[in-house]
Design a binder for this molecule. Sequence first.
Ligand code: NAD
Length: 476
Amino acid sequence: MAIDFFSDYTMTIDGRAASASATFEAFNPATEEVIAVVPDASRDQLEAAVAAAKKAFPAWSALPLVERQAYVARIGDAIEAHAEDFMRLLTLEQGKARAGAEWEIGGSAIWCREIAKQELAPHMAEQSDMRSVETRRVPLGVIGGITPWNFPVLLAIWKIAPALVAGNTMVLKPSPWTPLCTLKLGEIVRDILPPGILNVVSGGNDLGAWLTQHPDIRKISFTGSTETGRRIMASCSGNLKRITLELGGNDPAIVLPDVDIEKTAKELFWAAFQNSAQFCVAAKRLYIHEDIYDELADALVAYARTVKVGDGAEQGTDLGPIQNKMQFEKLKDLLADAKAAGNRFLLGGEVADGPGYFVPITIVDNPPEDSRVVAEEAFGPVLPLLKFNDIEDVIARANNTEYGLAASVWTKDVTKGRAIAERIEAGTVWINEIHSFSPHVAFGGHKQSGIGIENALEGLAEYTNSQTIVTNVPAI
Ligand code: NAD
């Protein structure tokens, strides 16, 4: 049956559509217009979703791995088959421009297919005539997935694909700011998976908290802010749930004086402003060697002036609005603080009147290291440029943060770049490129940017327990 992506948003509980007596509204961030009415799950509905996932678990986990892999690959095929609708809806609810929507939806299909090829082989620790010791991986049970609003589809797939391949079932809760694509994903999956394997429920932060407290949920896989991550970890301690937390970042980019200025300026622009800088791994502090500071700053500003900010649905738009009012207000406050502190803007800084949550591309000229625009994760298009002249000093400044998600180093001297990268406290350090992700490459934060890994076999293993079976063969 054809699915209408632009109306009738229902949750998926036990393979069936579920509406709710309470509802909330979803908005287009480019116009502030209401675009949908969304079910607000009751506690009973959450109970039903968890019960369905629990009931489905024994049969699902008993399926041969190749069958589960085939199901997950089919989810990828279905995303591709509905790609145009997904991209339009993603732009409508999230705000991102076409190229960003293509990257996210295309990536979601690829992730399903690639994770569906992964397998955790058992490890024989000992094998003799007398005894065998085998460590294998077994699924956990019901997983609770909680996702943010910046990449709602891809980050959900990063959880769904490995959780299901590993033999778990799931209850997934999208952000209340961007629930629509995820609800449609649930609807599509009703025709693919047996009931109860993937349940999708929508609601506010309370619904997330209920998931983290639920005794029948064995693991929470969360992507979102560090602040919420702390709450989730505390709540999950109730029954010692497993957790994977992918949290915030304040990623440094270190630019050495030997770079090609024009080329690097363009790359750094996108490193910082992709997805309107609502990107956990956006370059958020740009440390530029003093010898090239002025020239690179000029090139960045010149390139930024060629980039079009606007409604993501309009042709020619490169960067869309801020996704929601809460984040928009936070950014306005950050800009007001920067202004009050006397920070100098090389570009932007003034938020025009609406409609739409638009923040202009803003570049701040060498603010003090302890200013809010440097110390906080802006999660929006406000980028501080910072001067350095000493490698030891810049490494110390790059590491002087509670975060440790990612970083980048830019230089023609890759040996030097590598030596710097090794000293950065972050889960991923890119040299002369940025934001290359793969289903086969481990991703996770150091320090308060997270706990655990997503992607690669390491990420798959996080959806399992280790079980060792020791067999002592009796002598006949
Ligand atoms: P958020 O923490 O406000 O919300 C994320 C999700 O958690 C939402 O679904 C929300 O409803 C839910 N939630 C809120 N309170 C909860 C609670 N007490 N218990 C359970 N669930 C709760 O984050 P956000 O504003 O949606 O996303 C932006 C943040 O996400 C940024 O800090 C960004 O850096 C981070 N992020 C990290 C990664 C990564 O992979 N490390 C990726 C994308 C975004």
